[in-house]
Each structure stands twice: as structure tokens, then as C-alpha cells.
Design a protein around this ligand. Structure first.
Ligand code: GDP
Ligand code: ZN
Length: 459
């Protein structure tokens, strides 16, 4: 792939702010920048050291558009590994827009979404998993999600994939020797050794694949619904959880998803409370959407928290909700334990496991810690927890690992049946290819476009 055009875009988020940044990348960056920039000293940009912030004006002919600081980062030591110019102008809508328009009038093209990062990848500065980690760093909702993304950006996943592929390459090398010299007296790799190598590789691929479940939750949040009839304490519970944990409210104006998503940070797990507005405003989500509908929201949720008033006996309304829950992902909270108890707890055991029933008092903030521990346990199931280990957070990586896993199973099957070496070789080549999807080594171009289109413009 040959890149010869120069691109530009606004790199900062839209809106008013102290500064806005317009970025240019490609062969013509320096030339174009010199055409529109007048430094206060009268010197040309290249007369300064690279990566120095130069004070000056952006001018259209002799008309000053804005007072700026300009940085020139000579390739390959730049974000894209090409010549990059970054213009720091005043924030707001107009300065950045005018400067960008001026640049685009000089035979420079508006960058596609993610194109700067795509170039960093195409120019070999980072691999694909690192490029994807950049989106994750930007979109991270909790410290832990940010930490995992940051470690991928630094190359932890790339390194792991390289290791795995190295093992595959070794097996392939042995197989090739065995195939090429099968007539001669070369020491052959035995089926026994092949089988050991393959089993080892399968274990490693499986282990990485198994982190994907927690990884997805770290990245996207645990989609949670809080249900229960009116007055059992749902709003009180929510306030109690929100009170202890930094709530992250993402309000994304001007986008198609003009919604408010609310994330609560539970021990590093982003809990994405579904339809919070519903709970708050209409005071009862089940009542509002009806029992039929609530069944739907139950099945699409990752976690259902059902609240019961333990100071009362179970009634038909409670039973109706209970019938619709799925025990595996439901936690039942017996609220109002500070009041005299009436609820028939034994009746609940047929709906959920007894250790998924937690006694709380939302009013007194009791039992909330236990609820958080329970949620944490459900997500990690004793597996990942350690943020220093590599966690798969991207569904594309997960799919690639699954394919690699299927191929290793095929290989093991072929080895068990003492199939000819060239049969086994095909499976190992597939594993090598599928693992290469993750770091972008063996990926097709149209897929790349899809991946980078998830970025915002200017990144
Ligand atoms: P919702 O309709 O399910 O959202 O219930 P609310 O959170 O609005 O609570 C209904 C009533 O129960 C309010 O008067 C709360 O103060 C009260 N309440 C909530 N939790 C507790 C609790 O743990 N103990 C007691 N005694 N009252 C509670
Ligand atoms: Zn309420």
C-alpha cells in the first residue's frame, strides 16, 4: 500500500475549550504549513528544531486568522510516522474550522475517521492491536478498562501474539523439514512431539480466549437492570450505589445516539445501568414497561438485580417478576432488613441459588459491600482479576482466537490419526494466519477500513 497524499483534520473534540488542534500528515505537511504560517521571528518552520512549539500567526494571504503555536514533527518520529504538523489555535468552533478550510484549499484532503492511526499502522509504527487499543484508551469508562487498554497500547497483546506465533513457526519449520526430506535420513519430528507441542499451544490459546468474557465487560460495561415492584427500594439502592462510587455520566451531544448512559464503577467493573431515567422518573421500570416487556429487558441484560421488600410477605406481583428471571445472572436483594422481617425466604430458593440472595438495607447502606463483592465474583469467576495479565477486550480478537482454537483442534485430530505431515501443516498454517489477524500481519485491506472507521475523525 502506497500513501502519497497529505491529510488534515481537527484533532480535538468539538466544542468550546482553551485550545483546538488541527493536524496535518503527509509529504506536503511542511510546505503547506509554511504557506499559511508566519512565525513571529520571520523564520521558516524548518529553521527551528523539530518538535519545537513555534509562536506565530495563521494567515490567509495577509489576513490573520488566528494566533497559534505550531509544532513540526518530522517523520518517522511522529504519530503517523510521516511528516506531521500540529497547529494549536484558540478553542471553539470557528478558529479550527477556518484553519482547516485554509489547509484543505491547498491540495490537502480531509482525513477519514481513524486515518492518522491507520497510517501509523500502515507505516509500521504500531501493529493493529495497538492501533485498536488507542480507541479503547479514548473510550475507557473506568480506571481498570483504561489500564488494560494502555497495556495493549504498549504492546502487551502484540507480544503475547508474537510468542504464540513463534511457537507455531517452530512446529511449521519441523514439519517442512520432515516433508522435504522424508526420503532421506533426517531426524524427523515424531507424532509424540507434535502432539505435545500442539497440546501446549491449545492450552495457551484457550487461556487467552477465556479472558474475553471479562474483557468485554471491562470494555463495554455490565448491562444491568434493577427490577422490583414499586416502593421496594430501587431508587434508594441506586442512590446508595451511586453515592459510594464515582458515577460516570457520558452525555454525547450532537451524535445520533443522543442518550445519557450511566456507568457506576463497581470494583473496576463498569456497571451500565439500563434505563436509569426510567427508574428515576417514572419510579417504576416494571410497571412502566409491563411484565411482558420486562421479560425482554431481562434477557438482554448481563445482570438483573431484583429488589424485594423483606418487611412484607411475597405477593403476586413479586412472584410474577420472579418467574421471569434467569437464575444464572440474577441477584436478589432482600431490602429493608432494618424493619421487622416478614418475607418467606425459603420460597426464593427455587428461583435463584441461595448465595445469590443478599440481605441489605438501602436506607442504612448495609449489605452494599457484599453486593459489590458478589458482582465482582460473577464477572471474574476467579479467573482474570490480575490486570497485569493480557485480557482480550475486542470481539474481533476473540473471533480470531476462536478460529485459531478450532484449527489447533483440527491439528490435534490429524496428529492423533497419524495423518501425513502436509495435512497437519495446513492446520498450523491456519493457526498462524488467524493469530496474525490480531496484530494485523495477515489481515485484508477491506477489513482494515472497517476497523478504522470506528475511530473518530482527527484520530
Ligand atoms: P422504589 O419505588 O422501588 O424506587 O423505592 P424507593 O427507593 O423510592 O423507596 C420506597 C420507600 O422505601 C421510601 O420511603 C424509602 O425511604 C424506603 N426505603 C428504601 N429502602 C429502605 C430500607 O432499607 N429500609 C427502610 N426502612 N426503608 C427503606
Ligand atoms: Zn424509585
Amino acid at each position: 500500500m502506497f500513501i502519497d497524499d497529505t491529510i488534515a483534520a481537527i484533532a480535538t473534540a468539538p466544542g468550546e475549550g482553551g485550545i483546538g488542534i488541527v493536524r496535518i500528515s503527509g509529504e506536503k505537511s511542511l510546505q503547506v504549513a509554511n504557506e499559511i504560517f508566519r512565525s513571529m521571528t520571520g523564520k521558516k518552520i524548518q529553521e527551528y528544531n523539530t518538535r519545537t512549539l513555534i509562536y506565530g500567526n495563521i494567515v490567509d494571504n495577509d489576513h490573520v486568522i488566528d494566533e497559534v503555536l505550531l509544532a513540526y514533527m518530522k517523520g518517522p518520529n511522529s504519530y503517523t510516522a510521516e511528516d506531521v504538523i500540529e497547529i494549536n489555535c484558540h478553542g471553539g468552533f470557528i478558529s479550527v474550522k477556518k484553519i482547516l478550510e485554509l489547509i484543505l484549499s491547498k491540495d490537502v484532503r480531509l482525513a477519514d475517521a481513524g486515518e492518522f492511526t491507520k497510517r501509523a499502522f500502515l507505516n509500521g509504527r504500531i501493529d493493529l492491536s495497538q492501533a485498536e487499543a488507542i480507541i479503547d484508551v479514548i473510550k475507557a469508562k473506568t480506571d481498570m478498562a483504561h489500564e488494560v487498554a494502555q497495556s495493549h497500547l504498549e504492546g502487551s497483546l502484540s507480544k503475547k501474539i508474537k510468542e504464540l506465533r513463534m511457537n507455531v513457526t517452530e512446529v511449521l519449520a519441523h514439519l517442512e523439514v520432515a516433508i522435504d526430506f522424508s526420503e532421506e535420513d533426517v531426524e524427523e519430528i515424531t507424532y509424540q512431539t507434535l502432539s505435545e507441542r500442539a497440546e501446549e499451544l491449545r492450552t495457551q490459546i484457550k487461556k487467552l480466549y477465556d479472558t474475553a468474557e471479562s474483557g468485554k465487560i471491562l470494555r463495554d460495561g455490565l448491562k444491568t437492570v434493577i427490577v422490583g415492584k414499586p416502593n421496594v427500594g430501587k431508587s434508594s439502592l441506586l442512590n446508595s450505589i451511586l453515592g459510594e462510587n464515582r458515577a460516570i455520566v457520558t452525555d454525547i451531544p450532537g451524535t445520533t445516539r443522543d442518550v445519557i448512559e450511566e456507568f457506576v464503577n463497581i470494583k473496576g467493573i463498569p456497571l451500565k445501568i439500563v434505563d436509569t431515567a426510567g427508574i428515576r422518573e417514572t419510579e417504576d421500570i416494571v410497571e412502566r414497561i409491563g411484565v411482558e416487556k420486562s421479560r425482554e429487558s431481562f434477557s438482554s441484560a448481563d445482570l438483573v438485580i431484583m429488589v424485594l421488600d423483606s418487611s412484607r410477605k411475597l405477593d403476586d406481583e413479586d412472584m410474577e417478576i420472579l418467574k421471569n428471571i434467569e437464575s444464572k445472572k440474577t441477584i436478589i436483594l432482600l431490602n429493608k432488613t432494618d424493619l421487622p422481617q416478614q418475607i418467606e425466604e425459603d420460597k426464593l430458593n427455587q428461583y435463584v441459588d441461595s448465595n445469590s440472595i443478599i440481605r441489605i438495607s438501602a436506607l442504612n447502606n448495609e449489605g452494599i459491600e457484599e453486593l459489590q463483592d458478589k458482582i465482582e465474583g460473577m464477572v471474574y469467576k476467579g479467573s482474570v482479576k490480575n490486570s497485569s495479565s493480557v485480557v482480550i477486550t475486542n470481539s474481533r480478537h476473540k473471533d480470531a482466537l476462536l478460529k485459531a482454537y478450532e484449527s489447533i483442534n483440527d491439528a490435534i485430530g490429524a496428529i492423533e490419526q497419524n495423518m501425513p505431515y502436509d495435512f497437519i501443516e495446513v492446520d498450523f498454517k491456519n493457526i498462524w494466519d488467524y493469530l496474525g489477524y490480531i496484530n494485523g500481519d495477515t489481515i485484508k485491506e477491506d477489513l482494515l477500513d472497517t476497523i478504522f472507521s470506528n475511530f473518530c475523525i482527527g484520530k
